[in-house]
Design a binder for this molecule. Structure first.
Ligand SMILES: CC(C)=CCC/C(C)=C/CC/C(C)=C/CC/C(C)=C/COP(=O)(O)OP(=O)(O)O
Ligand SMILES: O=P(O)(O)OC[C@@H](O)CO
Ligand SMILES: [Mg+2]
Length: 232
């Protein structure tokens, strides 16, 4: 296995539907020291908003990945290193497990070499992603570990993503996913807001993802989370 994310500690998720903080520029965003930028959000994302972010970040060195929330927002840009395609393992119905993916393959001509799989385990019932996908978030640590193993062993997912979007997660449940994986890389996202929270979750996962902090507090706060992740 030799994927770029094997060497990552920190990913910054930019929501194309949200503004940057204060006077922050996309150059600042690309120079936080993060290992990669993932562009996506659950609500009100469009291809046009995606394009604006990709174009603004294109000239800097940081790897850029699109994380589409539906087939209609996927854009074709040479500036993108690839596409991280979610599948929500604990979704309430098949659309977010195989339905959206089937539609995408039906209507689009995929670049398989740049298309990668991300198995989501959605844990915060109040997050838009949980509500949209009607996810069953009532999961024990054993459940989370078992989903992670199924994702890796039975569905060949390259990344497993424990998603607490908007709130800081239960480290025991994150650790259960971590312990279950041999090959796949564990991403953790949710509620990371500074050095300490980044450092703590980085100890229980392979890569931490920071989202809202960028839009709510800006690049200086994000830089602290990069330090926290790198020190773990
Ligand atoms: C097959 C294709 C191309 C797409 C389908 C992909 C799937 C299954 C999407 C469902 C899960 C999803 C909506 C992922 C988007 C990434 C994500 C979870 C972003 C974070 O969203 P929130 O932070 O909860 O939402 P807002 O900030 O928009 O409220
Ligand atoms: O916005 P936050 O809570 O940092 O979550 C990050 C990411 O996991 C969202 O998909
Ligand atoms: Mg968000």
């Amino acid at each position: 296995m030799n994927n770029p994310w094997d060497d990552w500690d920190h990913v910054l998720k930019v929501d194309p539907d949200k503004e940057l903080y204060g006077d922050d520029t996309f150059e600042d965003v690309c120079r936080t020291g993060t290992d990669a930028i993932e562009i996506g959000g659950t609500l009100d994302v469009t291809a046009e908003k995606m394009t604006r972010v990709v174009d603004a970040a294109a000239e800097y060195d940081v790897p850029l990945y699109q994380e589409p929330s539906n087939p209609g927002v996927v854009i074709d840009s040479p500036a993108l290193d690839g596409y991280l395609i979610p599948t929500v393992f604990n979704a309430g119905g098949p659309f977010w497990i195989t339905g959206a993916h089937k539609e995408w393959v039906r209507i689009d001509d995929l670049d398989w070499g740049r298309t990668h799989t991300e198995a989501y385990i959605v844990m915060n019932p109040d997050a838009s992603v949980a509500q949209l996908t009607e996810a069953d978030c009532d999961l024990s640590a054993d459940d989370v570990g078992a989903y992670a193993k199924v994702a890796e062993r039975m569905f060949g997912q390259e990344i497993v993503y424990v998603e607490y979007s908007g709130t800081f997660g239960d480290t025991e449940k994150v650790a259960a996913a971590h312990d279950a994986l041999d090959e796949a890389t564990l991403f953790y996202g949710g509620g990371i807001h500074g050095y300490e929270s980044a450092n703590e979750m980085a100890a229980h996962s392979d890569v931490i993802v920071v989202g809202d902090l960028l839009h709510d507090e800006g690049v200086d706060a994000v830089r602290e989370t990069v330090k926290g992740a790198k020190d773990a």
